[in-house]
Design a protein around this ligand. Structure first.
Ligand SMILES: *Cc1c(COP(=O)(O)O)cnc(C)c1O
Length: 391
């Protein structure tokens, strides 16, 4: 069975967790600080704040950006549902805008059309690791006086205009869920250059406590904490951070390996004129957190039929990125009209991509795709040479 994804974890990560457990300091402490310092340095920002997951990161980012009830925040529906949910957590209203069919990312022109006097922010997603058009959205935010928050859950290691995602605006949120490119089990991070944001985020993740456990622990005089505002427990543990530090060291290599796989998919599938492949434009650098193909109208197989054929070959795939507005939790929104997003969800497939993926595994997936199409059309597509790879 070829899986859709798997995390790249080694004995290094296991030993890091083991060693941390034996230090006796297991929740947020020195390893979290080290991970934050190293992540900020990797991205190129002054600060990084570690959190329990990216959904928590999005929630706190919206709070520090002072988004609340009465505000509208524009985001894509075509995203994991956590994007829109975070907007609802702060009492604001998600306004779904359309995406570009080639990049699966927010369309600047459609976004501009949806700006009203209540709009206070844009929550920009870098979908499946492909950077969105950040420059256009920065310009929109400047023109209409809006806050920009980036949902870079999938985009650790991606770059835009030669700089790492995380550096282009003041609140960029990352995920370390096992489906992302690097993992801490669960985990999240916000990068920022603003000291005031960094300090408030650190308060909000730790019950609003005026001093951290670590500061109290290191103090030679007794100190008592105050709880300064209503806050949360969104801490990352030191066990997770120790794993994250090892993962971060591998990030650029993992991205490089994923890009090699994406390149092979591209080279061998580009002849099929009924499939649209990911399109990485000049200045955009994807970590290929997922590899999505879109089946055009003239595809001889429907999306579901192809998924089934691949499953019959022992290959796991996933349907395209979800549309939040068609989920039950969003049924209360009436009259949402997002034909491009719906079409992308209904007609795209995520193919297996993980490190290490052997050449035989990649070839087997590609051959199986070609064979699936060949089976049902007379048009000779490719010569195929099937052998079940030894996994
Ligand atoms: C995965 C994902 C999230 C949620 O991240 P968690 O760390 O699981 O909370 C949010 N937004 C997008 C776009 C995602 O892909």
């Amino acid at each position: 069975m070829i899986p859709i994804a798997k995390p790249y974890l080694t004995t290094e990560e296991a030993h890091a967790a083991y060693d941390t457990i034996l230090t006796g300091w297991i929740t947020q402490g020195p390893k979290v600080e080290e991970f934050e310092r190293k992540f900020a340095s990797y991205v190129g920002t002054k600060y990084a704040v570690a959190l329990s997951n990216c959904t928590a990161a999005l929630h706190l980012a919206l709070i520090v950006a002072e988004i609340g009830s009465g505000d509208e925040v524009i985001c894509p529906s075509l995203s994991y549902i956590a994007t829109a949910n975070a907007i609802r957590y702060v009492g604001a209203t998600p306004i779904f805008a359309e995406v570009e069919p080639e990049s699966y990312n927010l369309d600047p022109a459609d976004t501009e059309k949806r700006i009203t006097s209540k709009t206070s922010a844009i929550l920009l997603v870098h979908q499946i690791g492909m950077p969105a058009n950040i420059e256009s959205f920065k310009n929109l935010c400047q023109k209409y006086n809006l806050k920009l928050i980036e949902d870079a859950a999938c985009a650790a290691g991606s770059s835009y205009q030669n700089s790492k995602i995380g550096i282009h605006s003041d609140l960029v949120c990352f995920s370390f869920h096992p489906r992302k490119v690097i993992t801490t089990g669960d985990g999240g991070m916000i990068t920022t250059n603003r000291k005031d944001y960094e300090q408030r985020l650190k308060l909000l993740r730790q019950h609003g406590m005026s001093i951290s456990d670590r500061e109290r622990h290191q103090n030679s005089k007794i100190v008592f904490e105050d709880h300064l505002e209503l806050a949360y427990n969104y801490r990352m543990t030191d066990i997770q951070a120790a794993v994250g530090i090892k993962q971060l060291e591998k990030l650029d290599w993992i991205v490089q390996e994923r890009r090699k796989i994406a390149k092979i998919y591209h080279e061998r599938l580009k002849e099929l004129d009924f499939i649209r492949l990911p399109d990485e434009k000049e200045g955009y650098f994807s970590n290929y957190q997922s590899y999505s193909i879109y089946l055009k109208d003239n595809s001889p197989l429907t999306r579901n039929a192809l998924m089934q054929q691949l499953l019959d070959h022992g290959i796991a795939t996933r349907r395209g990125i979800m549309t939040s507005h068609r989920e039950t939790a969003y049924k209360y929104l009436e009259g949402v009209n997002l034909p491009v997003s719906e079409d992308l969800q209904d007609n795209s497939i995520l193919l297996p991509i993980y490190v290490p993926m052997t050449d035989r595994e990649i070839d087997y997936v590609i051959d199986s795709i070609l064979k699936s199409f060949k089976n049902i059309s007379d048009k000779p597509v490719y010569t195929t040479n099937f052998q079940q790879p030894e996994l």
